[in-house]
Design a protein around this ligand. Structure first.
Ligand SMILES: Cc1cc2nc3c(=O)[nH]c(=O)nc-3n(C[C@H](O)[C@H](O)[C@H](O)COP(=O)(O)OP(=O)(O)OC[C@H]3O[C@@H](n4cnc5c(N)ncnc54)[C@H](O)[C@@H]3O)c2cc1C
Length: 285
């Protein structure tokens, strides 16, 4: 295993050995190796790259190192900057996983149940990719949707997140899907400067879903210069709008009644509605 000390060295190591795989905390990668799903020809360990283990400020944004662990993001100083990302990091698995697992690993694994992913989608985060030809930037949603892939020798170096200085909430429902894995999750982010509400729903589809019309509708009801509160009925309607946008009603065949949603799907829809209602209520309280 190679252990480069900088991003440049890691890119060079991966370029010199294209069959090698980068490993950060190893919580996903080693699980795949142990299950026999992956047999990497070599490993490039990212754990000694200090430049990606913290964050820095840049023009109203935070530039988060891909090597930030969930445990680090869960600490109070980080929570004061990006509360929803801190909440998602605190919810990501048991302590030993949070101590090792990283932001970059969560993004590249791109599991539907990746807890940071709906938050990054709601924040409209951008990825700074380091590779043999330099650095390029892509919206996180493009990578999660498979519209962009990491090329040979490319690594996520940093994640750029806007600092919005306003309430944000991440809520997660868990079931029997594994150790603390989400059955549904919701991130709600307020953006007072743009008078916007941004919301993303995780775990119910291969990538986080953005209910854009529900976002615009609810943002138009908020008194951005005043109290910012909303009536209970509006919060409930937002929850249902979000849930119906993400889990639409079945379409009726010509001249027939639409079929009912299966009970499990109906339950999931109610869960999403409740999470979205509560998340917005907390953000506005
Ligand atoms: C028991 C258990 C419980 C878990 N619970 C949760 C949970 O509740 N919520 C949740 O979200 N996740 C959970 N996970 C999944 C996992 O911990 C996270 O996805 C974690 O963030 C992965 O980070 P890592 O550093 O360990 O990634 P690694 O395992 O090191 O790498 C994962 C993938 O990302 C690639 N990679 C890593 N860093 C980079 C980089 N900078 N650039 C390019 N490629 C990179 C690797 O090559 C690999 O393909 C759980 C895992 C386990 C084993």
């Amino acid at each position: 295993m190679m252990l480069p000390a900088s991003l440049d060295e890691a890119v060079a190591a991966l370029s010199a050995m294209p069959a090698a795989v980068p490993v950060a905390g190893g919580t996903d990668l080693m699980a795949a190796v142990n299950k026999g799903q992956l047999r990497p020809a070599g490993l490039v360990g990212l754990g000694r790259i200090n430049e990606t283990r913290g964050w820095q400020y840049q023009d109203g944004n935070a530039l988060l190192g891909a090597g930030l662990t969930h445990a680090r993001m869960g600490r109070p100083d980080f929570a004061a900057l990006i509360p929803a990302l801190a909440a998602s990091a605190r919810a990501a698995g048991p302590p030993q996983i949070r101590n090792a697992g990283t932001l970059g690993g969560n993004i590249v694994t791109a599991s539907p149940t990746g807890d940071t992913l709906p938050v990054l989608a709601a924040l409209e985060a951008e990825l700074l990719i380091s590779g043999p030809t330099g650095t390029r930037e892509i919206p996180v949603s493009h990578l999660l949707a498979g519209r962009e892939i990491l090329g040979p020798g490319e690594l996520i170096g940093f994640v750029r997140v806007p600092l919005l200085h306003a309430p944000q909430v991440f809520l997660k429902a868990t079931g029997r899907t594994g150790p603390g894995r989400a059955t549904a999750s919701v991130a709600v982010v307020l953006d007072p400067a743009r008078r916007g509400v941004r919301c993303a729903v995780g775990a119910i589809a291969p990538m986080p879903l953005r209910p854009l019309e529900a976002e615009r509708w609810i943002a138009s009801l908020i008194d951005w210069d005043g109290e910012r509160g909303l009536a209970a009925e509006a919060l409930t309607a937002f929850g249902e709008y979000v849930a119906a946008a993400c889990i639409p009603d079945p379409v009726a065949a010509d001249g027939q009644e639409p079929p009912a949603l299966p009970p499990a799907v109906l339950h999931l829809r109610r869960t999403v509605a409740a999470l979205a209602r509560r998340a917005l209520g907390r953000a506005l309280s």
